[in-house]
Design a binder for this molecule. Structure first.
Ligand code: MG
Ligand code: MG
Length: 254
């Protein structure tokens, strides 16, 4: 069942979204060569705590995972697509980093992710990040009443495929609300005009996950969480929590 949120509830969700945006912005500002992923996790944890919010990720324990998630961010470097656990690894020039963060305020969640390159980086990595951002923007533009979920998914998929990238199979976006993960699932490929009709008050997280080498496949690391590209190529991930409103898309994690 898909819960529609009232205007007041969307305003409450925006408060959670602001905390997530601030945490990601702080992490981005600290992410230079020599800084460890654990330090980045501390930065995000401080922003969340200072705002009086809670982490959506810490202790999260979905069925597929062997252990509860131990951090407030996912930090996924280079061939890690998503769900990387922050550790002592220190960033190096040219690393392609994806940071995913979730926070809740008054019981409402926000979920967002960014990708970036440390330092100047390889132009191919910079392009991968910008195409992933463009796919997210195009999908957000489809979040208007009367459109269908397939329009959102299609917007992501055509941009990824058009650039020759793979699209992580079996993972995608989701509804967001009083739980971080709610119905519906938001696939990263779809058919325009098909699927659930979008209505004011729906809130979805849209999250393109593109793989530079063109494969759609991954393997899970021994930690049971981090998903690596099967061909060793790099991957990027961007995400926003978006509300469908009468006046168009409202990005709650901007
Ligand atoms: Mg996320
Ligand atoms: Mg998400």
């Amino acid at each position: 069942m898909i819960e529609l949120k009232s205007a007041a509830e969307l305003d409450a969700m925006r408060e959670a979204g602001k905390v997530v945006a601030a945490a990601l912005s702080a992490v981005r500002a600290h992410a230079v060569a020599g800084v460890s992923l654990l330090e980045l996790d501390d930065v995000a944890a401080s922003v969340i705590a200072d705002a009086g919010a809670g982490s959506s990720f810490q202790h999260y324990h979905p069925r597929f995972a062997p252990t509860p998630f131990p951090a407030v961010i996912c930090a996924s470097v280079n061939d890690v697509i998503v769900h990387g656990i922050p550790d002592a690894y220190e960033l190096a020039e040219g690393d392609l980093v994806s940071i995913d963060c979730g926070a809740h305020v008054d019981g409402w969640h926000g979920d967002s992710a960014i990708s970036f390159v440390v330092g100047a980086g390889d132009p191919a990595d910079v392009k991968l990040v910008s195409v992933t951002e463009r796919a997210l923007d195009a999908a957000i533009a489809q979040c208007v009443p009367g459109n269908r979920l397939g329009d959102v998914s299609h917007a992501v998929g055509v941009i990824g495929r058009g650039a020759g990238y793979g699209i992580l199979r079996g993972f995608g976006g989701h509804g967001v609300g009083r739980a971080m993960h709610e119905a519906p699932s938001v696939a990263n490929e779809g058919t325009p005009g098909q699927g659930l009709q979008l209505r004011p008050g729906m809130v979805i997280a849209i999250e393109p996950m593109f793989i530079a080498g063109g494969v759609d496949t991954h393997y899970a690391a021994a930690d049971g969480w981090s998903l690596h590209t099967s061909d060793g190529s790099r991957a990027a991930h961007t995400e926003h929590t978006v509300a469908i409103t009468e006046s168009g898309p409202r990005v709650l994690t901007a």
